[in-house]
Ligand binder design. Structure first.
Ligand code: ADP
Ligand code: MG
Length: 676
């Protein structure tokens, strides 16, 4: 069995097993899947065609006995002469005196090393032996305790003894359709390819398999979620919803119309809606949420809107009330600071169905809160909500449709992997007439000037955010930084303007108070760590100053920038950064060049990887062995489509063609019930 511990392999005892375990190799299968991260080209070459300083493999005959010269402590040079055709040249190995035994006069030898064209000599790196197979030597991530050659030998041995047990897990139809290499062959060629083309084909197969299996899992989940036994039909009143949208103070953008239709279509189906609504800051998600909530109410359901903070809850409630104004919609606010008596009242009304729409923080779904007929839950900035909180609802016996709204644009490839079980709607258009935020990048030395300019804005009655970076390693250092900056700015701006401070150590209530004071213009300059990231609306704030901006992800910077540019006045975002390298400079430059959040998060994904797009470590992002969601995006799309269409095939689990696939999925995920 491939699942057997690595100690089943002869030559692997306890000690070596421990060393391998440190590399993540515990089973035979782990070992076979431990792919090299690159290959050295060790194709044999003729002296005549080799360039100076090129890394090559040269085959020839040993024509002088090897000599070792030692100099200093532990330093040595091993030298001998080799002949290829009729050319003789010298070969040197540094600090590997033990190789001497492998070099035998008059015998064939192949040496991999760097060619010095001027001196006609080779600096050896490896002796390959005369019978080297393949032109590429795999290079693995290794440790002090496990060397390259050890790994190569073990992997070869594992293929000899266990190779026959590698079973195909992709259906024949897919192998044929995409001309994929068979599993066993591909796994071998991932380690020991004969040609670049062979490696390419092996990799294509392995990547496809990885994506496909992952997509089979999440598409299975999606199907389960959507099965009719879990869902409700929200049979809304089309006429009333139409009338509502026509009475809005503005007409919807085409993108808003499109996503609203997508949501309404889900409502009418007896499946459990799980839709991710993405839209850049200011793209108008709130009104879409309002329409959806209203539609649910016309169908006789209650709706809930959950947000991460109290102040956001208040803000959303105010916007909803304004939009719902002439209509008979009963709304309520329920947060952790709702007084006990009022809370009791709201809970009773929710139970009796006297409240149609409730807005609140996660205390909405906590103990004691019950609904009479909950049909729709909308969450804003859902990645701040735990999965457990969402599950809490279900455990209370509600299966509402769920809409997750987020202003963090998620590149498509990432959305497929991180949110693959959800449908995605995108608002990719801004309401007309917005003033774009102007972004400037300055060096730290120019900060004083920037502050002088900011003062001019403040004198016109505007407000300003100043963001200092979060230092992940140390929260206290972080707070200290913020406090110092706050003191400096207080010196600079007092007594003309009030400076406020927000950071992670400040209690929730106090934070809300400070935010409130900023919103009411009692504070003009708000110094903060990134806690304000979540969408509070202060239209009077027109300057966003971000210190050490190169420490933030692009998506996060864009989020922060979205805090300004919400009113009638022109706004600006100032990035203060002295990036150390080209990558950092490029990132700052991109920020000044585009206001397109999707483009920025795609860039972030390319430049810094998936974890960075969210600005924090995203739980639930799968780790792939060979596949890369950026480089292999095309294969990801295809694999997703194939998994989707297989799940649409009735009872595919019973068809012999998929027996191998089913067995494999079951083995990897024994808890999963969907296959029965
Ligand atoms: P976000 O997507 O960031 O949540 P909001 O829903 O807060 O955006 O909308 C931002 C602002 O744009 C609000 O003041 C809202 O009233 C306004 N708005 C929304 N849709 C439109 C539209 N179609 N035309 C004009 N203004 C709109
Ligand atoms: Mg919003």
């Amino acid at each position: 069995m491939l699942q057997e511990p690595i100690t089943k392999l002869s030559g692997v005892g306890e000690k070596r097993a421990q060393a391998l375990a440190d590399l993540g190799i515990e089973t035979i299968e782990n070992l076979l899947n431990y792919y090299p991260f690159r290959y050295d080209d060790i194709k044999e070459r003729n002296l005549a065609e080799i360039n100076d300083q090129e890394k090559v493999t040269i085959k020839g005959v040993v024509v002088s006995p090897p000599v070792v010269n030692r100099f200093g402590y532990k330093k040595s040079r091993l030298q001998f002469r080799m002949m290829q055709d009729h050319d003789v040249f010298s070969v040197s190995f540094f600090n590997q005196p033990y190789l001497k035994d492998k070099i035998v006069l008059s015998e064939d030898i192949a040496v991999f090393g760097k060619w010095d064209g001027k001196r006609k000599s080779l600096t050896g790196m490896k002796i390959l032996g005369a019978k080297q197979e393949g032109d590429f030597a795999p290079i693995y991530h290794v440790s002090k305790a496990v060397r390259q050659q050890t790994l190569v030998d073990l992997i070869k041995k594992a293929f000899v003894h266990f190779g026959d047990q590698i079973e195909e897990n992709l259906p024949l139809s897919l192998i044929e359709k995409y001309r994929l290499m068979e599993k066993k062959e591909a796994m071998y060629a991932m380690h020991f390819p004969n040609t670049p083309e062979e490696h390419h084909q092996a990799k294509r197969r392995v990547v496809f398999e990885e994506f496909f299996l992952f997509q089979m899992k999440i598409q299975g989940l999606k199907k389960e979620e959507k099965s009719e036994k879990h869902g409700i039909v929200i049979d809304y009143d089309v006429e009333r919803v139409k009338a509502f949208t026509q009475k809005l103070p503005f007409s919807l953008t085409n993108a808003q119309k499109r996503v609203t239709n997508e949501i309404c279509r889900d409502f009418l189906q007896a499946k459990h809606m799980q839709r991710l609504l993405q839209g850049d800051v200011g793209s108008g998600k709130t009104v879409v949420a309002a329409i959806a909530l209203y539609a649910a109410v016309t169908a006789g359901f209650q709706g809930a809107l959950m947000v991460p903070t109290e102040i956001l809850a208040q803000q959303h409630l105010a916007s909803l009330n304004q939009l719902f104004d002439p209509l008979e919609i009963h709304t309520a606010l329920l947060t952790s600071s709702t007084k006990a008596k009022e809370r009791q009242e709201i809970i009773e009304k929710l139970q009796q169905g006297e409240i149609d729409v409730v807005v609140g923080t996660h205390s909405l779904i906590q103990e004691g809160v019950d609904f009479s007929n909950l049909g729709l839950v909308i969450t804003d900035e859902q990645h701040r909500f735990g999965v457990n909180q969402r599950r809490g609802l279900r455990e209370k016996g509600f299966q509402p449709d769920v809409l997750f709204m987020t202003a963090t644009p998620i590149p498509r490839t990432l959305a497929i992997t991180a949110y693959g079980e959800m449908d995605v709607s995108v608002i990719d258009e801004m309401p007309a007439g917005r003033l774009p935020v102007k972004t400037h990048w300055i060096k730290r030395g120019q900060l004083e000037d920037a502050l002088k300019n900011a003062r001019i804005e403040l004198e016109k009655g505007q407000q300003m955010y100043v963001i200092c970076p979060l230092i992940e390693e140390s929260e206290s250092l972080d707070v200290q930084n913020a406090v110092e900056l706050y003191e400096e700015l207080k010196d600079f701006f007092s007594p003309d303007f009030v400076v406020g401070l927000l950071h992670g150590k400040i209690k929730a209530e106090e934070k809300e108070e400070i935010m409130g004071a900023f919103k009411d213009n009692e504070i003009q300059v708000l110094v903060s760590t990134t806690v304000i990231e979540v969408g509070v609306d202060v239209p009077n704030a027109t300057t966003m100053l971000i210190i050490d901006a190169d420490r933030f992800g692009l998506a996060q910077l864009h989020q922060l920038r979205g805090r300004v540019g919400r009113g009638q006045q022109a706004s600006s975002c100032i990035l203060v950064a002295n990036p150390k390298n080209e990558l950092g400079k490029e990132r700052m430059k991109i920020m000044t060049e585009t206001n397109n959040g999707f483009l920025l998060s795609q860039k972030d994904l390319e430049l810094r990887g998936p974890g960075e797009v969210f600005g924090f470590k995203q739980s639930g992002l799968p780790e792939f062995v060979a596949a890369d969601i950026v480089a292999d995006a095309n294969i990801l799309e295809v694999a997703k489509d194939e998994a989707q269409s297989l799940w649409h095939k009735k009872n595919w689990q019973l068809l012999p063609e998929y027996a191998g696939l089913l067995a494999y999925l079951k083995e990897k995920d024994p808890e999963n019930q969907f296959f029965d």
